[in-house]
Design a protein around this ligand. Structure first.
Ligand code: AMP
Ligand code: ZN
Length: 404
């Protein structure tokens, strides 16, 4: 019966003239939008810089509870470069950074003649013109469901003319518990106002990891702090009687490794800085030689101990990092623990952004709720597949992406 109706509809639409077709398309879209219902809520939480093995460093009773009754991957393989913005955007679009356009935390776009940069107060990070792929919250809102987000990179930007139903401009004032309280209070909405997708973000594990290294006492304390925040979320969901009726995914964007100040490569020891523009520094540095200097600069960067150097077109396929104008002509990449710096700069205790093969760069994936197996432990997965997975769970049609 349904099939007969569809055949009729297709026949009818193809036989109408263009104006009629357009009109009918709009009517059908309106019917579809009114009929769309909220999905079982999916709560996505990111813990910046939570390395795959941090659960072993300290007691984490609240994570353990979700893991015991849910699913856990051995690690979340993240996309190059292992920095917050490229990876958070890979998670929510399913694209590698070179395809979604946020190729790093800091980069130059020649067409805009502007630099992208991040941090509280960054106007670039709130500007949708930088992103070339559709985040899950846009997919959701386009399909008449609601997304409510208290901090996720670029959730405070208008993208393709769409914003989440609720969002906050990024700032570091609200505590982790405030963030969980906001999620819990959004879940009290009913009917068509009920959110299908909710997201939030914690920065403390990353910031302590940078300042004190992955084994620092303060970093370990930060793991405890976010475990308590997750406990607060669980308690709140139980109080609303919906702990087993919502899906929860907890992820991170990358890992962390020690970067001692004894392992520094001073770029000025190898090239004349007047010949280039350097972009970034630390685990990697991108380099834009001045006109006519590409070959000599590239040759001068050969054979620096503890580094690899690539011309853009020769970056190995495993990086999935090539086809974007924003990537600079030369990539100088340090081995784990090493930092590439301009003169006068020194590394702090921990960092991330190295080669995709270092396990220390892996993040986490744990999940709980009706969409996930209970007590299931699986192998590493790659973060570009999470967008498709979320679309499937939420019952929405995904936009084009690199995942499956
Ligand atoms: P990373 O070291 O690559 O993990 O970057 C972490 C930094 O990203 C944090 O210290 C914040 O300043 C910044 N950050 C986190 N979320 C946002 C956001 N939504 N908008 C702008 N900057 C952010
Ligand atoms: Zn970081």
């Amino acid at each position: 019966m349904k099939n007969n109706f569809l055949v009729f509809l297709v026949f009818f639409l193809t036989s109408c003239n263009q104006v009629m077709r357009q009109y009918m398309g709009q009517v059908l879209e309106q019917i579809y939008l009114t009929m769309a219902k909220p999905s079982t809520p999916l709560i996505l939480i990111s813990i910046d810089g939570f390395r795959w093995d941090y659960f072993d460093k300290v007691e984490t009773p609240n994570f353990d509870r979700l893991i015991a009754n849910g699913s856990k991957a051995d690690g979340l393989k993240t996309s190059y470069p292992r920095k917050i913005f490229p990876n958070h955007i890979s998670i929510v679009t399913g694209n590698y950074p070179s395809n979604h356009g946020i190729i790093s935390n800091y980069f130059y776009d020649a067409d805009f003649d502007e630099y992208f940069y991040i941090g509280a107060g960054s106007t670039a990070a709130q500007d949708g013109k930088w992103i070339d792929a559709e985040p899950i919250w846009v997919t959701i809102e386009k399909q008449a469901k609601r997304a409510m987000i208290m901090f996720w990179p670029m959730s405070d930007a208008e993208i393709m003319g769409i914003r989440p139903s609720k969002y906050y401009v990024y700032n570091e004032d609200p505590t982790n518990l405030d963030r969980m309280d906001q999620i819990l209070s959004w879940l009290l909405h009913t009917g068509n106002a009920r959110p299908s997708f909710l997201a939030s973000y914690f920065s403390v594990v990353d910031s302590k990891g940078h300042s004190y290294g992955p084994d620092g006492d303060e970093t370990i304390e930060a793991i405890r702090v976010v475990d308590k925040a997750i406990g607060h979320l669980i308690d709140g969901l139980e109080a609303q009687n919906i702990l087993n009726e919502v899906n929860i995914m907890i992820v991170s964007d990358h890992g962390m490794t020690e970067t001692p100040d004894t392992k520094v490569i001073n770029i000025a020891d190898y090239i004349n800085l007047d010949d280039v523009v350097t972009v970034g520094g630390g685990p990697f540095m991108e380099i834009r030689p001045n006109e006519g200097k590409l070959e000599s600069v590239y040759q001068a960067l050969q054979n620096i101990d503890n580094t690899q150097v690539f011309k853009k077109e020769d970056i190995p396929d495993k990086f999935n990092y090539k086809n974007n104008n924003r990537i600079e002509p030369i990539l100088l990449l340090a081995d784990e623990h090493w930092s590439i710096m301009t003169p006068g700069r020194t590394p702090i205790a921990g960092s991330h952004g190295y080669d995709p093969d270092y396990q220390s760069m892996n993040g986490i994936f744990i999940a709980h709720g009706p969409a996930f197996k209970s007590g299931f432990s699986g192998p590493e997965i790659h973060n570009i597949h999470l967008y498709e997975m979320m679309c499937k769970i939420l019952g929405v049609v995904p936009a084009n992406n690199d995942g499956s």
